[in-house]
Design a protein around this ligand. Structure first.
Ligand SMILES: Nc1ncnc2c1ncn2[C@@H]1O[C@H](COP(=O)(O)OP(=O)(O)O)[C@@H](O)[C@H]1O
Ligand SMILES: [Mg+2]
Length: 326
């Protein structure tokens, strides 16, 4: 393949997140360079491919997923995505990792379990502070299971359909039954916390209660994932409606180091003092750490540098922390 074709093939593979093809084209380029006598460059390319495999994984090419689009009234209540995200891209506490793995294992064998009248885990409550990976988890579950991710739009449910939220919610649960997918109810408890007229508040309470009942009654083969930032205030009766409750927390020192390494990829030099950066980042969320790395990466790239300095990441971490306080 000529170089131009290789670059095009690389971009095509990148566009559909076809990792295997991406790596194999890159390795072909390395082989071609070696043939041309550019041995050092070829070795560098191969190292970069290895590093990319280590951080991004080598998942197989995506299989086609049947595309479904919510129609009619549903289109105002649900948005659909087809994520390609993988569990290995997440940095998680061991317990969270194991729980998600368990969900995936049971889901992958859902037919076998059902044949023995056993239901796979599929109703999950994710609890934890912002930026710790709850939304990402919903995408990862859909990506790993090759299912569509439906995000439920509570804002429409409340503002647009005030007075008929109960019937709209039923419509959503009909869809859950009709189309297997991951259904994500983000910040579902905001239903109970919104301000409004007394009448509205009463309706929102009723809608929240109804939501919980619908979850309890649901016997579909979809995954229902509800997320909330307010773990402490939740009614314990609520937890019983779910097959598992997964608690997210800010990353610890080692998790921060993994996040930085995976985000920086080839821009992480061996000289980088990860320990020092992690100390500066303790207490910040995963999202804060990733965003600080992104800022530092941009600085390096715009300055034509090939690696990121720890000062740069620490500075961006501090900036982000002060944004939250200020
Ligand atoms: N556990 C994690 N591992 C890796 N990246 C994460 C993690 N949590 C958050 N991120 C990064 O932060 C971004 C925002 O996280 P998100 O899932 O929206 O958090 P939440 O829904 O808990 O507020 C993600 O898209 C991802 O880039
Ligand atoms: Mg979220």
């Amino acid at each position: 393949m000529a170089k131009a074709d290789q670059v095009k093939a690389l971009l095509r593979a990148y566009a559909i997140d076809d990792k295997q093809n991406f790596y194999s084209v890159a390795l072909q380029m390395a082989a071609d360079e070696a043939v041309r006598g550019h041995v050092k460059f070829a070795a560098e390319l191969r190292d970069l491919v290895d590093a990319a495999k280590a951080t991004r994984g080598v998942a197989p090419a995506p299989r086609a997923i049947p595309l479904v689009q919510p129609k009619g009234e549903l289109s105002e209540l649900l948005t659909v995505h087809y994520p390609h995200e993988h569990l290995q891209t997440m940095v998680l506490a061991k317990e969270v990792q194991e729980k998600l793995q368990r969900v995936l294992v049971e889901q992958r064998q859902h037919e076998r379990l059902s044949a023995h009248s056993l239901a796979p885990r599929r109703k999950l409550l994710l609890v934890g502070p912002p930026g710790t990976g709850k939304t990402m988890t919903a995408a990862v579950l859909a990506g790993e299971l090759r299912l569509p991710l439906f995000t439920v739009r509570f804002d429409s449910l409340i503002t647009k359909f005030m007075g008929e939220s109960a019937s709209k919610l039923r419509l959503v649960f009909d869809a859950i039954k009709a189309t297997r997918g991951v259904y994500f109810f983000d910040e579902f408890d905001s239903l109970g916390l919104q301000r409004g007229s007394q009448h509205d508040v009463a309706e929102m309470r009723r809608t929240l209660n109804m939501f919980l009942q619908l979850i309890e009654r649901d016997d579909s083969n979809s995954l229902i994932v509800a997320a909330t930032n307010h773990g402490k205030d939740l009614d314990t009766a609520l937890f019983r409606r779910f097959d598992d409750v997964i608690r997210y927390a800010a990353p610890d020192n080692t998790q921060i180091q993994s996040l930085i390494l995976s985000r920086l990829g080839a821009f992480a030099s061996n000289a980088l003092n990860l320990e020092r950066i992690a100390e500066a980042g303790v207490g910040e969320s995963h999202a804060d750490v990733v965003n600080a790395c992104n800022d530092a990466l941009k600085d390096a790239i715009m300055a034509h540098e090939t690696s990121v300095s720890e000062e740069s990441i620490i500075r961006h971490l501090r900036e982000r922390a002060s944004m939250k306080i200020g």
